[in-house]
Design a binder for this molecule. Structure first.
Ligand code: NI
Length: 179
């Protein structure tokens, strides 16, 4: 797979770097967003953070796709410089996966609802009240912008098991991580 289409996997330092705020809302940003949607859809993901595409900028793409019985449809969303401004006291566990940790899933406890302020790729400001799967994906992707991965939110035993699962998956698929 060409380098520009590859999702970065645990071990790649770009995943651990705090991402920088976007300052220019120009064609370079919109090209990055298009590339991120293409990578995300290719990989069958519902959310992607720019560091996973090798770019340490505060950009997230989300597409929950059409509505299903237990998941409301949320079309393509681009969050630039997103900030969580409120979170519910109520928390819930949910089994999360991550394109940067293929073959791994971990139960992560997070607030059930969040309010997130962000800018779109054209510079327009938005406030999003998210619950359900959208709240989950938003929080997971915003973690990526701070270099945080789901293994960091797991217990030491879960983390060890997850790293073993990742290793087995990469061996079985013959994927080189460069680390
Ligand atoms: Ni992820």
């Amino acid at each position: 797979m060409p380098e520009y289409k590859r999702v970065r996997i645990l071990g790649d330092p770009v995943l651990r770097e705090p991402a920088r705020p976007v300052a220019s809302f120009d064609e370079h940003l919109r090209e990055l967003v298009r590339r991120m949607f293409a990578i995300m859809r290719d990989a069958g993901g519902i959310g992607l953070a720019a560091p996973q595409a090798g770019v340490p900028l505060r950009v997230v793409t989300i597409d929950l796709g059409p509505a299903e019985e237990d998941a409301p449809g949320v079309g393509p969303l681009t969050l630039v410089n997103p900030v969580v401004t409120a979170a519910s006291d109520e928390v819930e566990p949910f089994e999360e996966g991550c394109l940067s940790l293929p073959g791994v899933s971990l139960e992560i406890v997070r607030p059930s609802r969040v309010t997130v302020e962000f800018v779109d790729e054209h510079g327009g400001r938005h406030v999003l009240e998210a619950d359900g799967l959208l709240a989950r994906v938003v929080q997971h992707e915003l973690d990526h912008l701070d270099g945080v991965l789901i293994v960091d939110r797991a217990t030491p035993a879960e983390r060890l098991r997850a790293l073993e699962q990742l290793h087995e998956f990469l061996l079985a698929e013959g994927i080189e991580t460069g680390s």
